[in-house]
Design a protein around this ligand. Structure first.
Ligand SMILES: C[S@@+](CC[C@H](N)C(=O)[O-])C[C@H]1O[C@@H](n2cnc3c(N)ncnc32)[C@H](O)[C@@H]1O
Length: 284
């Protein structure tokens, strides 16, 4: 068995071998659902060596014992954070927001005005661009939305991401995909940053939630965005997730998934592709 430190790879002075890699893969899979292929051995080293040093531990073996111990629970979260992919963008997969504005929002407005509770879920929201894009779309279609019982629940496994989201502050360079009039209406520019307005922030509740664990929400959702996270799970974990999401949708609610994800008919026969890419509608 070769060790990276023996191969003198960059920054490779912390002992790390295949059995360490396999232990980390197993913890990650068990706690977050993310499956890493064997080609990711170096990536794991480069993402975690800093954490091993920060914990003042001599090698990966001691680090693994620590994250498996009761005093290492917080570090285990940091380890998962360091290994997840948080790539996202405002209005990513734009067709979902067009569909949401044109098809879903008229139903939402109608039901909200009748006094119904409306809940929308952005379920792996990363650094928040997805729920903020939903909130801008809601307010654009329904400027008085805050007077009704409408909320966007935005969740992620990462505590760090959720803390970042709550600030509602982004660098201007990240906002290219936001239409100019949306930026003007829904944010304030200060220096090289934008701050989302209180009207936008009021619509969103940010919470930490692991999709693999139990979901505390009592309500069913009008729409669920679960995009570009299941791609990191194995097929069995994906199927369990799709089934649970279908159950969490209200009849005739919509589920938006990532561009390279797909739900097999047998997994959730009560949700059907609705014509917009990677968008499913629950039966009435
Ligand atoms: C690539 S981002 C997707 C962001 C956004 N949905 C989008 O499509 O742009 C994947 C997110 O899934 C989160 N994640 C990974 N495993 C998770 C789990 N088991 N439960 C909840 N979130 C998870 C990661 O922390 C990361 O922020």
């Amino acid at each position: 068995m070769s060790t990276l430190s023996e191969q003198n790879l960059s920054g490779g002075e912390i002992p790390y071998d295949e059995s360490d890699f396999n232990s980390i893969r197993n913890i990650l899979k068990e706690k977050s659902g993310i499956s890493l292929s064997s080609s990711k051995m170096r990536l794991v080293y480069s993402r975690l060596s800093r954490r091993v040093r920060l914990c003042s531990l001599p090698d990966f073996r001691s680090y693994i014992s620590f994250v498996n111990s009761s005093s290492g629970v917080e570090e285990r979260s940091c380890m998962i954070d360091a290994l997840t992919t948080n790539v996202t963008n405002f209005f990513r997969e734009k067709y979902h927001f067009e569909h949401f504005a044109q098809v879903v929002m008229p139903e939402i407005i109608n039901r909200a005005q009748k006094g119904e509770k409306i809940r929308i879920w952005s379920s792996a929201c990363s650094s928040g661009q997805e729920p903020f894009s939903i909130a801008m779309t809601v307010l654009d279609c329904f400027p008085t939305a805050n007077k009704y019982d409408i909320k966007i629940l935005a969740t992620d496994i990462s505590h760090e991401m959720i803390d970042f989201c709550r600030r509602g502050v982004y660098s201007i360079s990240e906002t290219e995909s936001i239409a100019e009039d949306f930026l003007k209406k829904y944010s304030i520019k200060t220096g090289d940053r934008i701050h989302f307005s209180d009207d936008i922030k009021k619509l969103i509740s940010f919470r930490n939630l692991n999709l693999l664990e139990s979901w505390p929400m009592q309500c069913q959702f009008t729409s669920i965005f679960c995009r570009n996270v299941a791609i990191y799970f194995d097929r069995a974990t994906q199927n369990i997730l799709w089934r649970r999401l279908a159950d969490a949708l209200l009849p005739s609610g919509y589920l938006y998934i990532g561009h390279s994800e797909k739900i097999a008919m047998e997994t959730a026969p009560d949700i059907t592709p609705c014509g917009c890419p990677t968008t499913y509608r629950k039966d009435i």
